[in-house]
Each structure stands twice: as C-alpha cells, then as structure tokens.
Design a protein around this ligand. Structure first.
Ligand code: ADP
Ligand code: MG
Length: 958
C-alpha cells in the first residue's frame, strides 16, 4: 500500500480538525504544561511556537490540545500520535520533511492559514527518529493515552487524551536501532566547583541504555581529555560553562550535543536525594565519598533523566568512581594523535580498538572500548586483569567454549534498561532468558575449570555474578515465552502453549473459528435445503450468511425468517444473520481479545519478575561483558603473539622486541612486508643488560633520528600504545615488557594540520607542547614526534633543544623524541640521561633501503634526496638537488660545521657566533695565498710555494 493510499485510508478514521468537542481546559493545562519540560532552554533546533498561543480564542479543541502540548515542549519537534502515524505540524513539519525527505502536505487551517503537516508511520518511527536525532533535533513523543473508543464515551467527538511520554535526545536513547551496539552512549553532566575549591570540575555520566554510571572530578586543565575519554552523546551544563568557547569546542570535537540546563539544576542536596532513591539506599557510603560538586553534577544528571523519561526510572548500576588518580591521564591531543578508539581520519580501521577487538558481543565490545579509553594506574588492579587474561590464554579449550556460549548471548544490559523504562518488548524478555542461559553455561565452565587449581580473582568474581540471579527466573521465562517471540507486545503471540491453561483454551476457540463456522454452514444448508448457502466474513458486517438472490426467497418468509434475519441485498446475492451466528462471532471475537489480554497480563507478570531481579541482572550483564572482554584479549594475545607485561610501581620502561599493534596488523593483512620489532629501554629493570645498549643504560630520554619513512613515528607510537595496552590490562605486542605504571601519557606530532580550527599549525604545536611541559611528572611518558617542525629551522631547532633540556632537567620523565634536527644529537653528550638512537638504513647503488631497525647512535645524514627519489621526483630534480647538497655540505665543512659549533657554544649565541668568527672560516690554502707576496719571490721560491699550495689543496687539509 502506497503512502498516499495509507494516508487517505487513515484520514477517514480521524475526525477532521474542528469537529471535536472541547475538553475541560484546566485538565489540558495540567496534563500538558509539565513545569520540568519548560526547563529545557533554547537549544538543539528550537521549534518556534506556531502563531497563536494556547490561550488563543477561536481555535478548534483539537488544535488547542496540540498547541498546549507544543507549548510545553518548545525546544523539541513534536511527534504527535494520531492513529497509526506520528504527525508533525507547522514549523516541525517543514523542518522534518526537509530533514527526512518526506512529503509535506497540509491539513485544515489555523487562523486562516493552511497548516503544514507531515507524518511518519509508527512502525518506521525509530528509523526516522534516528535520522532526526543525528541531524541535531530533539523529539518529544506524544502518545494517545486512551483508546479513541474511551474518548467517544465522553461524547461522540471528544478529543482523545494525549501527552508527551518521552523526550528523545542524543544522550537518552535506548533503542537498538538508534544506538551503536559496540559503543557506549553517555549523557554527561558537567559542573564547576565553587571558586574556593580551585579549578576543579565534576562530571557525572550515565548510559541510560545500560545503566552504566560514572562519577568523578577533573582539574580544569584535564577537562578536554576527560570529555574525549567519556566521549558522551550529550553534555548537559549550565549556561556560564557552555558560554566558554574552549569548553564548547571540546564538546563539539567529541561530537556531543550540548544541552544547557538552569544553574539551579546543579543542586547537591537534590543530587544526593535522587541518587539514594535511584540506588535504593539510605546512605551513599558504600559507593565512596562524593564531593558536593560531584553530587551537584549527579543532581543535574538525574533531574534531566526525569525530565526526559517523564516518570519512568532507568535502573542505575553502582557508580564507578573516576578521578585523576584512578586512570592513566591522556589529554585530548594525545588521544587524537594515538588514535585509540577514534582515528584522525574517521576511519575506524586505523584505530587501536579496531586492531585489538576480538569480542563476540556488543556489551563485550563496549567494555573493551571503555577499558581502552580509560587505562588504569594501579599496578595491583592491572595485575588482577592480566591474571584473568593469562588463564584464558593458557586454557585454550575453556576460552573457546566460553566464546562459543557468549556468541549467542544477547545485549542484556540494554534489554533490562528498556524493560525498566517500560519500553521493552517480548524480545527483551527473551533476551533475559537467553542471557541467563549463557550465564549458567559460562558459570559451569568456569567452576569446572576452577576445581583443582583455582581461578584468578577477576574470574571468581565474574563466576559469582553469573550465578547471582534468582534461580526461578530462568525456568519461568523458559516456560512462559515462545522460542522466537515477536518484536511487538500488543499483537500477542509470545506466550508459550502450556503456560496458561486459560490462554490455551481461548486461543483454541479463536483458532477453531474456521471449523466452527464450517459446522454452522453445514447446519444452515440442511435447515434451508439451499446447497449454495455460505457463511462468510468481511470487515464491515463481520460474519454473515449469503445465498444467491434466486434461492433467497424461502428465507425471507416464516418459518425460516424467524431465525434468518435479513441484512443486505446485493446485486446477485442476499445476506442474513442468525442469533446463533452473532453469538458465535461474539465468542470468537472476545476469545481473541481475551487471549490478547491474558498475554498482556503474562507480559506484565514477567516484567515484574525481571524488575525484581534488576540489580542482579545488571551485575550479570556486566559479568558477561567482562568475560567476553577477557576472553577476547586472550584470543588476541594468542593470535598475535602478545606477551604479559610486568606493570609495577617502578620507573622502568623496558620493551624488548616491541611491535606496533596497528601497523603490524595492516602489514599482515596486506601480506606485504614483515613488521620489524624494536627494543626500547628507557630505564632498565635489571642489571643483566643485554649487550648493544650500553650507552642507553642511564638514558630515560631517547633522541631518535633517521630519514623520513625510516620508521621513527611508528617506533614512538608503538611504545606509547604498548603502555596503554599494558595499563588497560591487556597483553602487549612484544617479546617482553616491563613498565613502571605511567601516570600521564603525552603524544605530540609536530606540524599537525589544524588549519580547520583556525590556528596556525605552529601555534597549535606550541600550545600542545606547553601542555606537556606544564603537566608531565616524573612518572609520565612522553613521545614527541618532530616537534618544532612548523617554523623556520633555527626557531624550530631552538625550541626542540629547549624542550629536550626541560624534559631532561625539570620533568625527568621517560620520553622519546624523534627529530630531523641532527644538531640536537649533540645533546646526548651533554645531558647524562639522553641517548641517541637512529633508524638503520642502508645505501645501495645510491638508493636507500629502510631496515626499520632502531640502533644506538645518531643518523649521519637525512637521506632526503634518496627519499625524494623513492617518492618519484623527476630525475633532473634529484640530480640537481644532489649537486646543491654537495656544495652546501662542502661549505659547511670548511666553516667548521654547525654541529661542532653547537657542542661548544650556548644555543642562542649560535647565529652570532657564525657571523662574528669570519676569519676562522678561511682555509689554510687561502691563508697561505693571502700571506704570500709574489714580488718578493725568486723563481725557485715561487716554484716551492706552488708545491706547498698544491699540497694544502689536498682534501685532508680541509
Ligand atoms: P618516519 O616517522 O621515520 O618518517 P614512519 O614511522 O612514518 O617513518 O614509517 C613509515 C612507514 O614505514 C610506515 O608506514 C610503515 O609502513 C613502515 N614501517 C615503520 N616501522 C616499521 C617496522 N618496524 N617494520 C616494518 N615496517 C615499518
Ligand atoms: Mg614521522
């Protein structure tokens, strides 16, 4: 059926605007003008109120109802339920038809003007909602809260009672179709601490779709990193904070929708009260200490949840505490440059997450992403995670069995959230059933394995939670639900046969209607002696008896007419009914209704049973997600030969045979070259050092030089990524790794193209470098890739030089510094903890071969021309460049070389030094010539002079 056809058909059922009878206005006002709804201030596609406010006289009652509801939700598009459609009117209709590409029509008039309208069928509402949310709209969903038949009882044309049941915003989604199965969707409230508490902010985040909940504080300087770590779908904050351009910038970069709320929402007392209510506790002590600012953020968060969910309560999981000491802090530019869960290009495949994700469920993938975004600092907790991975690495059968069972487990967390918000479906109930099934399988596997050797703590905890749910729930769901229940609850058909005898009976009656009617037909044929008599059904008459006009006559007069009552005369047929037929029909119809009602009863009963176990089910869902995550990390470790790192409280950083997890895999996929492993020993863990790295013994800052394309950037990043992997509790791509827990990780790439953000690349580079120098501690790990490149050589060199000195002398952190400024390698001789390393290359017939191997020492030259040749620069250009280079190098040698000058002279005197010491640049040959006076020379002396000059001109005198 085409859309227009559907519309026409539907239109018949709806009384046209202006024909409805008024409802008492005070009811309408009370029902629609929820004061909370007014709090949403003008944000996210404000929909102006149509001309003529609710109080407008002369509007039809149905229009008045619409205007009331619209006025109460001024910043949302209003999805206005009418029959099987959500209709949009006025500005909403225009904007939606534009955003969704659906037909804009009109319906009736308001104040003499046509009313623009468009509509979406309810069965496709999710799809349209998703597109509207993605385009930045918020949607208020307004439902019919009574059967139109009920409304008619109040008067044949009474207005059907309607109200908004939910506001759909980017941070409050629960439908699978609106969400990414593998990504968390946080709603995050952020507020500033009062001035006297310092530059601190509190962040409270809730994923309504799973109940995942996280609260913590951050220093103002760490806020961008926190926003990127949480990666929320929506950020709520008070106006003053949202007015801060820098804050808004980071919200935009995180692709979160900003939602302003009144400052009064950030009320710590309300927050405390709401949090206790949501968690069902009298005291919060068990969840740790919350600061007033944190509680204020929680207050605004939960108030917004109430506002958007309109009375329905999501189930909250116990809050996870996140604070600066809990996590390895990675600031926003470092997150961007390391491409942990998001790549610079937007391509998911170049992220570390994509490279390491072996999970088999959506919840497992979310857990993995969350761990990767928030690596830990506490070696003890890291160790607990590594133990779990280790066991699953060693026991292949267990791992495979677990993964097989997990693969079939549905997304439990999201199912129970929908059920809690009364937005669930029979399919969500079956998700609970299947999850319980998977959980008991996994628990059995774990306990079988645990006998004897015992399991590591993390797996013991998982095992307990897998079995923590009421034992009766699974059998109840198994008995009550069919194998594959339908998506929609209202059509029934999900209760299993044998669960309710009454339901079975009424269903039998409904399903046997065909036979019952066939029997009646036979009976009437005999009674009337009319062979062609038929019992038929249509939507208008229901069941009726039909005979041809020619044989109808006896039925129109007694005695047959006493039983057969005439209903309709058609062209060639006459239709009748009987009291018996009407009664049978009534029974069949009510059986259908009764069956449906019984199914709804069962549904509510099952929902109650699930709700009673909501907390235990939440724990169970989390346990399944963690198990998937551990098994996936073990699978990865086996598949890609990762090893267990040692993570402790030392300042060691010793990676032997390290590899870049992403580059290694892309080389493998492309079946091109083999990835070359490299060591990185910044602070050695043992005294029995392998040979070859003697120079590095004391070095915690490596200067890495080498030509372009030699692998410097890859080497730097692989070490940062190995630290991240180790601290999230994963095995790492190396032969061995020992990492003293890093507190902050910094990664900067020079000359990053940031023109889009309107700052010069050099400015960005310096701002970001300043961030490192101000924040890094001696526990931090810093990688700097070609910093200082974005400016003229001497500036860049000077800055790079000073940065290395600062990191060495002041910060004393572990660091890798890649640079093309060979001059800087001179620092290794001057600073005790700096060492030179270089990427090995071989020259072969004037071509360059990259060995991708890090070795001790400085690069002697940059091989720029060879690289240019590889890149396909025309031969004439590279040849000419070779000549120019030779000349430049010759001059440089004669002048004593900048590198020599640098080792002896303070840096900033460099240019002066070169200019002033002109005489020193004369060669001995020039000096000898200058000293000679030809007029004074005898022929013999002149000849001797010539010999001497020739001798001086030999290369060794240069
Ligand atoms: P640089 O920063 O020195 O210019 P990159 O780190 O960008 O060089 O590396 C250039 C390319 O060399 C990478 O894209 C990668 O394909 C390859 N490469 C780098 N390191 C290795 C390695 N250890 N083994 C194999 N290939 C590598
Ligand atoms: Mg590079």
């Amino acid at each position: 059926m085409g859309r227009n056809q559907a519309k026409r058909q539907r239109r018949r059922d709806i009384p046209p605007a202006g024909t409805e009878v008024p409802k008492p206005p005070e009811v309408a006002v009370e029902a629609f003008a929820s004061p909370a709804a007014r709090q949403l201030s003008n944000e996210g596609g404000a929909r102006p109120l149509p001309p003529g406010g609710p109080a407008q006289s002369g509007v039809t009652p149905s229009m008045a109802q619409f205007l009331e509801i619209k006025a109460a939700n001024p910043n949302c598009m209003l999805f206005y339920r009418m029959g099987d459609f959500y209709e949009l009117f006025f500005e909403d209709a225009v904007a939606a038809s534009d955003a969704l590409g659906i037909v804009l029509t009109k319906r009736g008039k308001h104040l003499g003007e046509d009313i623009p309208m468009c509509g979406v069928p309810i069965h496709r509402a999710d799809e349209y909602l998703q597109r509207l949310i993605a385009s930045g709209f918020r949607v208020a969903v307004c439902e019919q809260l009574e059967d139109p038949a009920e409304a008619r009882k109040r008067g044949s044309k009474a207005v059907v009672h309607r109200d908004v049941v939910r506001l759909v915003t980017p941070g409050t989604l629960t439908e699978d179709t609106l969400l990414d199965a593998k990504a968390r969707n946080y709603l995050t409230a952020i507020c500033k601490a009062p001035k006297h508490a310092g530059e601190v902010l509190a962040l409270a985040s809730l994923d309504i779709s799973t109940g995942e909940f996280e609260v913590g504080e951050a220093q103002a300087s760490d806020l961008p990193g926190e926003i990127m770590r949480l990666s929320p779908g929506e950020v709520i904050a008070a106006d003053p904070l949202l007015a801060d351009a820098e804050f808004r910038k980071w919200v935009a970069i995180a692709r979160a929708a900003p939602t302003p709320v009144p400052s009064a929402s950030f009320d710590s007392l309300a927050g405390e009260r709401l949090l206790k209510a949501h968690l069902g506790v009298a005291e919060l002590g068990a969840f740790g200490d919350f600061s007033r600012t944190e509680l204020a953020a929680v207050g605004a968060l939960l108030k917004y949840v109430e506002l958007t969910q309109i009375g329905k309560k999501p189930c909250l999981r116990a809050p996870r505490r996140s604070g600066s000491r809990a996590h390895l802090l990675i600031d926003a530019p470092s997150r961007a440059s390391l491409e942990l869960v998001r790549s610079l290009s937007g391509d998911r495949k170049s992220t570390l997450l994509y490279a390491i994700d072996r999970t088999v469920t959506g919840p497992g993938a979310r857990e993995l992403a969350s761990r990767l975004a928030s690596p830990l600092c506490d070696p003890g907790v890291v160790g607990v995670r590594l133990d779990a991975v280790g066991v699953l690495v060693d026991r292949e059968t267990l791992r495979e069995d677990l993964r097989r069972d997990l693969r079939h487990s549905p997304d439990l967390a999201r199912a129970i959230s929908r059920l809690a918000l009364q937005r669930g479906s029979p399919r969500d109930l079956s998700a609970v059933r299947e999850s319980l099934d998977a959980a008991s399988h996994c628990a059995r596997l774990l306990s079988a394995e645990g006998q004897g050797i015992g399991l590591p703590d993390a797996l013991v905890s998982i095992s307990a939670r897998l079995e923590g749910c009421d034992q009766d729930l699974a059998p109840l769901l198994a008995r009550a639900l069919v194998d594959n229940p339908p998506h929609l609850r209202r059509e029934g058909g999900f209760v299993r046969e044998g669960y309710s005898p009454e339901l079975d009976e009424t269903r039998a009656l409904r399903e046997n209607s065909r036979q019952v009617m066939a029997r009646l037909e036979q009976e009437y044929q005999q009674q009337t002696g009319i062979k062609g008599l038929k019992v038929r059904h249509n939507n208008i008459l229901g069941y009726y008896i039909e005979v041809s006009s020619t044989s109808a006559k006896p039925m129109l007069s007694p005695p047959l007419a006493d039983n057969f009552r005439h209903r309709q005369t058609m062209a060639g047929a006459v239709r009748f009914t009987t009291p018996d037929l009407a009664e049978t029909e009534r029974r069949i119809l009510s059986a259908g209704e009764r069956a449906l009602a019984l199914e709804q009863e069962t549904y509510s009963h099952l929902c109650d049973a699930v709700a009673a176990e909501a907390r235990a089910l939440g724990d169970l869902a989390a346990a399944l997600a963690e198990l998937d995550c551990y098994a996936a990390l073990a699978e990865l470790a086996v598949e890609c030969s990762y090893v267990r790192p040692v993570v402790d409280d030392s300042l060691t950083f010793e990676i032997n045979g390290g590899r870049h997890p992403v580059v290694e895999q892309s080389l493998k996929v492309a079946k091109s070259a083999q990835f070359i492993e490299n060591d990185c020993v910044l602070v050695r863990s043992r005294s029995d050092a392998p040979p070859g790295f003697d120079e590095a013994d004391e070095a915690r800052l490596w200067l890495v030089t080498g030509p372009n394309m030699a692998g410097k950037s890859t080497f730097l990043r692989q070490n940062a990524l190995i630290a991240v992997l180790a601290q999230m509790g994963s095995f790492v791509p190396a032969r061995s790794a020992h990492i003293g827990a890093v507190d902050r990780l910094f990664s900067r790439v020079g000359a990053a193209d940031d023109l889009a953000r309107g700052r010069s690349t050099f400015m960005v580079e310096m701002v970001e470098t300043a961030g490192i120098l101000n924040q890094a501690t001696n526990r931090s790990f810093v990688i700097l890739d070609e910093v200082g490149r974005g400016t003229a050589t001497f500036d860049g060199l000077s800055i790079a030089w000073a940065v290395v000195e600062y990191l060495h002398n002041v910060t004393a952190c572990r660091a890798l510094f890649a640079t093309h400024y060979h001059e800087i390698t001179a620092l290794a001789g001057r600073l005790p903890h700096v060492a030179n390393f270089t990427m090995d290359v071989r020259e072969w017939r004037d071509e360059i071969v990259f060995l991708h191997k890090v070795r001790s020492g400085a690069a002697d030259r940059s091989y720029g021309i060879q690289v240019a040749k590889l890149a396909g620069l025309p031969k004439a250009v590279t040849k000419r460049a070779g000549e120019v280079l030779a000349t430049l190098e010759a001059t440089d040698r004669k002048s004593g070389g900048t590198a020599t000058a640098l080792t002896e002279l303070p840096l900033f005197a460099l240019s002066d030094a070169k200019a002033s010491d002109h005489a020193a640049r004369l060669s001995p040959l020039q000096e000898a010539l200058a000293a000679a006076n030809p007029d004074d020379l005898s022929p013999k002396a002149a000849l001797e002079m010539l010999y001497r000059l020739k001798d001086l001109a030999k290369p060794e005198h240069d």
